[in-house]
Structure formats: structure tokens, C-alpha cells
Design a protein around this ligand. Structure first.
Ligand code: 8GP
Length: 832
């Protein structure tokens, strides 16, 4: 007899009554075929509970599907290579409003809901900000009852899991699907053929058609996304690649040729194996392009299917109606192939002419840019594109040709700019397709993700297009869901907010947080606030101990920088600052040290597997930590911790416990940032540059509650020139910190190449491209101001409260509402 047997099983899901819920959990424990009925350990408890919750979600998902079908509203489809969903159980019961009932139900089996939820593995189908943003957006779309779906790929091994070994970061395959995900529903009836390679055939009437090559199937997996306090549940539809039994060569297999017998099956597996496979090789590039096309083609075929399904008479034309029923949002350039694919489907499959197909495509697709880094603006070799997608390459050439003709015939003054604006770069040495240009030319709207970033798009990156299409460019400042990022991850602080605002409506109307401002000096609130923070800090300290074995002091200042490791994000400046601090502490007398504000510096983030300097930074943080944390003279005043395998559920522990967080990118390089919003919402003060959304956060929370330093975006180009011309005079403190590392104070690893990247000229013409040397003096001076401010507890808590109070603007509900009204033209369609 297992624990689950104690409760009589009940097949139908219940939402209110804990006994009925327990019956349903018991039912899943016994009748779901995943585990032996003899045991009901924490893991089984998680799966059975999740399956029980899933029943609720499915009911809503079905109701929503049928409701949208009946009402036939205009619907948005969000196409994204990444989603960073994290764990789903806490979020699902929270959004459905059944947390308490489920907590009581699992108690009947001897479990705490938090512990059961802790068994879940993160769905880590993303890399960074862009992916997490997509997940926050889905939460808001569902909450606002918007007819909308997400489309992505179902990567078996995600990006990677990060392990810290002696040599630094190691990547291991993500295991989120090693067992199974209780949240996805395989839709065996939703399958589309996806072709690769082949050739273009021309029929006697001149119609062009793509044929031959190899064909795989895209199979849909649906992840229901519940809205907060609404009956709507939308879909995140993830595609998996499959070959069929017909593709299995039984003859070869029986002949012992096992690999070639299943060749197409193995190619199918490669497509959804990992996110961003290494692209240093030709094979890698081809695989990435295959993934992108796979996502776009499957999603568009599905979108067209649904367009017809809702009104069957649409099957016979009515394509002009399409843009009034469908909006496609391309999350960065990865889904750009949606453009030629929609053109192809409309022309070759549905029989439209070029002009009509172009009009429909243009009115349907919109593009969000998430980065201005030149290396991230995708360019695909024309040869690879032609080989893999011959018909699409023809269409892209035609788009390029028509764009040129349009500019030449209507804008003589722009002729000199045409070459750089074109979709094709025909440089004979390396002819490529510029995906961002294709997006700008084809989309009806292009947006950046924070005011500063959108201005840079308009004034620099896409300036030439602005004069042709002045109305095409918009800003949509990013946002985060207040449910996951405060309500559920920080229950202590949430309760205080609710108590003082006398309402929990802030969860879906975040602007209400401004109501906290009038209590910013209230001593009772201060006491409660400080107690909540301390509780979160203790939870954080326990996590650190569990994953690193390092003990940190919850009474020290918790200073956190968590994000992808990238030189422009300047984790290196952070660690140089910590090195400098350590050196000064060593030079102090024991008495002097007692006046110092104790600090725990925490850094977390993944370095892309082939990004050498980023991996060196990870190693350096770990090496510095190993020395500092074991130095008995100073480790009461400074600890340096690298938090391994940063992901969504780690962030949910770290952010509530943070007091200071670092958003210190070179100005103009961080498009927005979204963790800055999460920290600020959780009452954490930011030290940062005037970059991305920092600018707007500082405006909202007030400049006294934000530690600003560093160069401004419009000074960067001039300073880089100055530096190139040898006119930069480094601050002695910057030299001292680097020299200390070079001296071998943190071990024998050769940091020369990393430190040389901060010197005038590294031979790449990019010496200190990220201007760490320029900003370092103001950075450490500002950190010294932080130390002083932290000594005044009252002042610090007030700053913390005012950060939370000023975070209303950064709800993804606000962002999505703006997308819905200003880009997609869609309206709410709530299930009655
Ligand atoms: C990120 C930006 O770096 C970040 O500033 C922004 O907040 C976030 O997008 C959401 O808008 N960009 C990416 O994650 C990104 O460009 N990823 C590509 C490498 C895949």
C-alpha cells in the first residue's frame, strides 16, 4: 500500500474541496502509468499533483479554444525560438486561485505544497532575457483574455545545464524531459509536413512550386497557459520533429545497416535536440537555419489551418480578411523566415499573386528587435539558404529587387544608402541575407524594447528606413509578470503589500503599488518590510549553502548580478571591483575593518559554450571567491559567490533576497534588461548605468533611490575613438585591481588574455571596447556610496519601499496591453 492508497481515487478534478482534490491526486497516482503503485515519494506526489492541476488547465484550454472558435476574434501568434517557462505548478495553482486548496490536499499525503513544487524541473527552453520575456508575455496575454498563442520548439536538451568544475564552466545536457513533462499534451492530430532542400518546379501556367528534397513532420505539443483570475487558458504550442514509419528502411535495417536505415529519424531528432547549437561549422549553421524554418513553417501552416477552420468558406479565397484575423509577432530575427514562408504558402499553395500576397504578409507580420550588438544581427549565407530553401531564396531575391526599385523610383535622395539597406548583401566574398533588413522591409511595425533602445533603433541602426516609413517604428518598454515575480516568489513581501494597500488588486493592476509611497516613512511598515527581507535572505543563504557549500551571512549586504555572461554586461567590472575591495580590506587594520559594511557579492549566469572570454569571467569569479571566502582576515566583510546554473527557479529565490543588484552594461548596449525590473519590484536598489530600461526605472522610483554611475550612451563612440587613439589615461585603482590578478593572487590560471582585453589595443581593434576602464572609477566610488547608505538602515528600507512603489509601469500587463492596441489591433475575448 502506498500513501496514495489512503485516499479514495476520484477521476474528475475538483478545485475547492481539499478532500476531493486529494481524491483526484490519488487517482492520478494510481492510474497514470508513470510509476509503480507501491511508492508515493515526493517525486510521485509532484507528478500526480501536477496531473491533477493539468485537468483544470485542460478544461479551460478546451473552453477557450471553443470560445475563440465561436467568436472568431483577431488573434495574435507570438513566434519565438525561446521560452524560459521555469516551473509551472506554483504558478498554475496561483493563477487558478486554488493554492490553498491544493496545499491542504497534499497535506493529506504528508507533504507541503512548496516541497512538492520544488520537485519540478525548470522548462529551460531559453537562453536569456528574450526567452523569459516571451514567457512573461504569455502570462499577460492569458490574464488580459487576449486571443493569442505562442509558438516555439520543444528542445529535448534545452540550452545546457551549467556545472562549475576546476576548469570553470562545464555544459551538460538539460534533462527536463528525461522523465516527462506533465504540462504538455501531445496532439497527434496536429501534424504538418516540413520540406528541406529540393528544387523549384515551374508548371506550364508559370506557377512555381517547391518539390523534392526531404520531408519531416512537425508534431504539436500544447502547454496550457492559465491567466490570472480568469477562465481563459491559452496555448504555448511547441513543435517536435518526427519522421514516419515510411521513412524507416526495413530492408536496410535487416541488412545490418542500422544507421542509414533510420537516417531521416536521426535528422528529425537533431532539429529539436538543443537550442542554439554551435554554429562555428557549416553543419551547425545549416541546423540552426533548419530549426528556424521548422518553427516558421509549422506555425504558419497551423495559423492558416485555424483561419480556415473558424469559417470554412475562407478556404475558397477571402485572403484580404487574413490580416484582420491574424497578427504574427516575430520575437527578434530568428523567426524571419515567416515572411517568405507566408508569401510561399499564399502564392504557391493558395494561388495568390505577388501583390496580394505581399499586402497580406505586410499587414500580418511585425518585428521586435532585442539587441543592437552587430554579432547578434543574423546574416545567413545565400548559398546555404538557396540549398536548404530554394523557393524562399527566390522570394527573398524578389523582395530585395522590389525594395530597391521602390527606393530608386520614389526616393532619389536615398540612392547612396540603398546598398546598406538592401535585404541582400552581395559582397562577392560572402554573399548573405540580412535578416533584420528583411524584417524591417516586410513588417508593418518594428519595435524596440525600452525608450532608449527604440531611439537608438530610430536614430542609428534603422535610421535610413525611418525616413521612408516614419510610422513603422515604435517603442514597447518591456515588462514582467507581477504574479510570478512578486506574488508567488515572494509571499512574505506580497502579504505586506496587500495589507498596507488594503487590496490584492495590485497583482493585476500594478500601478496600485504607488499607494505604498505614503507609508515610506512609517516605522511599522519598516519593521515588517525588514523582517520579510531577512526571511528571504535566509532562504537565499540556504540555497547558496546547498549548491556551493559556502556559508554567507544574512546580515551582510546582499549584492547580486545575475544574467547571461557577456562582456557588454560587464560582470568583469563587478569582479574587478570585488578584487579591489578585497585588496583594500587586506591593507586595513583590524580596527578599520570593523567600520566596513559587510558584503556578499553574488554572480550567476551562463556563458555561451563557445564564448571564450565569457567562460574566463566565470572562472575568475570562482577563483576570486575561493581565495576571498577562505581568507580568515577578511571573510567576515566580504564573500564572493558564483551561483551555478542560473535559471528561472534560482532567480525566484535570489531576487526576493536581494538588496543591491547590478545592471552595469556599457550604455547603449543593453536593449532593456528585465531582471532590473524584477529586482526593483522586490524592493532591491539598483546600481546601474543609464542604459536600457534602467533609465525608465530610475525615473519611476526616483533618482535618490537608484545608484547611478558611468558614461552615457551618446558619449560612447567618442570615448572609443579616444581610446583607440591612445588618449585614455587609466585610473590607478583600475590598474591596481588588474595588476593584483596578474600577480597570481587568485591562482595560476592565465588571465592575461582576459585582462589584455581591457587594455588599449588587443590587436583586434577593440581594446576595452566595453569601456570598463572608463567607468571603473565612478563605479567603485558609487559602490562606496552604497556602503555608506546601507549603514543607515532606515534610509535603506525607505529606498527599498520606494523601489517597489515605483515599479507599477514594469508590469508585462501594461506592455502587452500596448502591443495589443498599438501593434496587433486585437481585443479581449474572455470566456464567459
Ligand atoms: C535581450 C536583451 O539583451 C535584453 O536587454 C532584453 O531585456 C531582452 O532581450 C528582452 O527584450 N536579448 C536577448 O536575449 C537576445 O538578443 N538573445 C539572442 C541571443 C539570442
Amino acid at each position: 500500500m502506498s500513501a496514495a492508497d489512503k485516499v479514495k481515487p476520484a477521476a474528475s478534478p475538483a478545485s475547492e474541496d481539499p478532500s476531493a482534490i486529494a481524491g483526484n491526486i490519488s487517482y492520478h497516482a494510481q492510474y497514470s502509468p508513470h510509476f509503480s503503485p507501491l511508492a508515493f515519494g515526493p517525486e510521485q506526489a509532484f507528478y500526480a499533483t501536477a496531473e491533477s492541476v493539468r485537468d483544470h488547465l485542460l478544461q479551460r484550454w478546451n473552453d477557450t479554444y471553443l470560445h475563440f472558435h465561436k467568436m472568431d476574434p483577431k488573434q495574435t501568434y507570438y513566434l519565438s525560438m525561446e521560452y524560459l517557462q521555469g516551473r509551472a505548478l506554483t504558478n498554475a495553482v496561483g493563477n487558478l486561485g486554488i493554492t490553498g486548496a491544493y496545499a491542504d490536499a497534499v497535506k493529506k499525503f504528508g507533504y507541503e505544497l512548496e516541497a512538492v513544487a520544488g520537485q519540478e524541473r525548470d522548462a529551460a527552453l531559453g537562453n536569456g532575457g528574450l526567452g523569459r520575456l516571451a514567457s512573461c508575455f504569455l502570462d499577460s496575454m492569458a490574464t488580459l483574455n487576449l486571443p493569442s498563442w505562442g509558438y516555439g520548439l520543444r528542445y529535448r536538451y534545452g540550452l545546457f545545464k551549467q556545472r562549475i568544475a576546476k576548469e570553470g564552466q562545464e555544459e551538460i545536457a538539460e534533462d527536463w524531459l528525461d522523465k516527462f513533462s506533465p504540462w504538455e499534451i501531445v496532439r497527434h492530430d496536429v501534424v504538418y509536413p516540413i520540406r528541406f532542400f529540393g528544387h523549384v518546379e515551374i508548371s506550364p501556367d508559370g506557377r512555381r512550386k517547391w518539390a523534392g528534397g526531404e520531408v519531416l513532420n512537425a508534431l504539436a505539443y500544447d502547454v496550457p497557459i492559465p491567466g490570472y483570475k480568469t477562465k481563459n487558458a491559452i496555448s504555448l504550442r511547441l513543435w517536435d520533429a518526427k519522421a514516419t514509419a515510411a521513412d524507416f528502411n526495413l530492408f536496410q535495417f535487416n541488412d545490418g545497416q542500422y544507421e542509414s536505415a533510420a537516417q531521416l529519424h536521426s535528422r528529425a531528432q537533431q532539429i529539436c535536440a538543443v537550442l542554439y547549437p554551435g554554429d562555428a561549422t557549416e553543419e551547425g549553421k545549416l541546423l540552426r537555419l533548419k530549426q528556424q524554418y521548422f518553427l516558421c513553417s509549422a506555425s504558419l501552416q497551423d495559423i492558416i489551418f485555424r483561419f480556415k477552420e473558424r469559417k470554412p468558406d475562407r478556404a475558397s479565397g477571402k485572403w484580404s480578411e487574413f490580416p484582420s484575423k491574424v497578427a504574427v509577432q516575430m520575437n527578434d530575427t530568428h523567426p524571419t523566415l515567416a515572411i517568405p514562408e507566408l508569401m510561399r504558402l499564399l502564392m504557391d499553395e493558395e494561388g495568390l499573386g505577388w501583390d496580394e500576397a505581399w499586402d497580406v504578409t505586410n499587414k500580418t507580420v511585425a518585428y521586435t528587435n532585442h539587441t543592437v550588438l552587430p554579432e547578434a544581427l543574423e546574416k545567413w549565407s545565400q548559398a546555404v539558404m538557396r540549398k536548404l530553401l530554394p523557393r524562399h531564396m527566390e522570394i527573398i531575391e524578389e523582395i530585395d529587387k522590389r525594395f530597391r526599385e521602390m527606393v530608386i523610383s520614389t526616393r532619389k535622395d536615398m540612392e547612396g544608402k540603398i546598398e546598406s539597406m538592401r535585404v541582400l548583401d552581395n559582397n562577392p566574398e560572402k554573399p548573405v541575407v540580412r535578416m533584420a533588413n528583411l524584417c524591417v522591409v516586410a513588417a508593418h511595425t518594428v519595435n524596440g524594447v525600452a525608450e532608449l533602445h527604440s531611439n537608438i533603433l530610430k536614430e542609428e541602426l534603422f535610421a535610413d528606413y525611418l525616413s521612408i516609413w516614419p510610422k513603422k517604428f515604435q517603442n514597447k518598454t518591456n515588462g514582467i509578470t507581477p504574479r510570478r515575480w512578486l506574488r508567488f516568489c515572494n509571499p512574505e513581501l506580497s502579504e505586506i503589500v496587500t495589507k498596507w494597500l488594503k487590496t490584492d488588486q495590485w497583482t493585476s493592476n500594478l500601478d496600485l503599488l504607488t499607494g505604498l509611497r505614503k507609508f515610506a516613512d512609517d516605522e511599522k511598515l519598516h519593521a515588517e518590510w525588514a523582517a520579510a527581507k531577512l526571511a528571504s535572505k535566509k532562504r537565499l543563504a540556504k540555497h547558496v549553502l546547498d549548491v556551493t557549500g559556502i556559508t554567507i551571512d544574512p546580515n551582510s549586504l546582499f549584492d547580486i548580478q545575475i544574467k547571461r555572461i557577456h562582456e557588454y554586461k560587464r560582470q568583469l567590472m563587478n569582479i574587478l571591483g570585488a578584487v579591489y575591495r578585497y585588496k583594500k580590506l587586506k591593507e586595513m587594520s583590524a580596527e578599520e575593518r570593523q567600520k566596513v559594511t559587510p558584503r556578499t557579492v553574488m554572480v550567476g549566469g551562463k556563458a555561451f559554450a563557445t564564448y571564450t572570454n565569457a567562460k574566463r569571467i566565470v572562472k575568475l569569479v570562482n577563483d576570486v571567491g575561493a581565495v576571498v571566502n577562505n581568507d580568515a582576515d577578511v571573510n567576515k566583510y566580504l564573500k564572493v559567490v558564483f551561483i551555478p546554473n542560473y535559471n528561472v527557479s534560482v532567480a525566484e529565490v535570489l531576487i526576493p533576497g536581494s538588496e543591491l543588484s547590478q545592471h552595469i552594461s556599457t550604455a547603449g548596449m543593453e536593449a532593456s534588461g528585465t531582471s532590473n525590473m524584477k529586482f526593483s519590484l522586490n524592493g532591491c536598489v539598483i546600481i546601474g548605468t543609464l542604459d536600457g530600461a534602467n533609465v525608465e526605472i530610475r525615473e519611476e522610483v526616483g533618482q535618490d533611490n537608484f545608484f547611478l554611475f558611468g558614461t552615457k550612451a551618446d558619449q560612447i563612440a567618442g570615448l572609443r575613438k579616444e581610446r583607440e587613439n591612445g588618449l585614455f589615461k587609466p585610473d590607478p585603482r583600475f590598474e591596481e585591481a588588474k595588476q593584483f590578478i596578474r600577480s597570481g593572487a587568485f591562482g595560476t590560471y592565465d588571465y592575461t588574455p582576459l585582462l589584455d582585453s581591457l587594455e588599449g589595443n588587443t590587436g583586434f581593434g577593440r581594446g576595452d571596447y566595453f569601456l570598463v576602464g572608463y567607468d571603473f572609477p565612478s563605479y567603485i566610488e558609487t559602490q562606496a556610496r552604497v556602503d555608506e547608505a546601507y549603514k543607515d538602515k532606515k534610509k535603506w528600507i525607505k529606498m527599498s519601499i520606494l523601489n517597489t512603489a515605483g515599479s507599477g509601469k514594469f508590469s508585462s500587463d501594461r506592455t502587452i496591453d500596448q502591443y495589443a492596441k498599438e501593434i496587433w489591433s486585437i481585443s479581449a475575448c474572455p470566456v464567459p
